[in-house]
Design a protein around this ligand. Structure first.
Ligand code: 5GP
Length: 179
């Protein structure tokens, strides 16, 4: 019944069921908890797409942490405009801090590459990434995506926080553009 959705005349087919997302996030959290056991971590959530993923992931985490938000913009419709702008800047002194960035999807990696370079100029102790989705074929950088829930093919996806022109963030499952 919910195996296909139509948004702006584009057809999307169900790719990852909400139950699978839920169990993978629980698994991922076990790994993240073991890495950061006893540490204090500054968690930076990348808006808007990661808000649902972050809310679910964070409820499994059991180390000390603070939450921060940042927003970039480079996507319009189903393709990147290529220009990264900071719409909602980070208000955190990252010097000597251990950082965990929570991102919805790493595609080319351009957005995080820009952000990590910027963070590194202020000498954080470490920077790790937890991404829900990782498009390994589209990825053009070398920074490690330490924690990723799903590696997916290079097709546009929506749902579970990810949008198409601000629509479809509310879908429970993740859907892939059908073409
Ligand atoms: P990158 O800079 O890695 O190419 O893209 C990062 C950002 O672009 C993501 O945080 C996300 O907002 C957006 N993005 C990349 N691929 C997709 C996709 O398949 N679907 C949606 N909805 N957004 C995407």
């Amino acid at each position: 019944m919910d195996s296909r959705v139509l948004v702006d005349d584009l057809s999307f087919v169900k790719m990852i069921d909400s139950k699978e997302i839920e169990s993978k996030i629980a698994e991922m959290a076990v790994e993240i908890n073991s890495v950061y056991f006893g540490e204090k971590i500054e968690i930076i959530i990348v808006l808007k797409g990661a808000f649902i993923f972050a809310a679910d992931l964070i409820r499994h985490l059991n180390f000390e942490h603070n939450i921060h938000f940042i927003q970039f913009s480079s996507y319009q419709g189903t393709s990147s405009s290529g220009i990264i702008t900071e719409k909602f800047p980070l208000e955190l002194d990252v010097r000597d801090k251990k950082i965990l960035i929570i991102e919805d999807i790493v595609d080319t990696g351009n957005t995080l590459n820009y952000f990590i370079d910027k963070l590194n100029t202020d000498n954080p102790r470490s920077v790790d990434i937890a991404a829900l989705l990782f498009k390994t074929e589209a990825y053009t950088h070398t920074f490690p995506v330490r924690f990723s829930a799903f590696e997916i093919e290079n097709k546009f996806v929506i749902g579970y926080g990810l949008d198409i022109d601000e629509k479809a963030r509310n879908l429970k499952h993740i859907y892939q553009l059908e073409k």
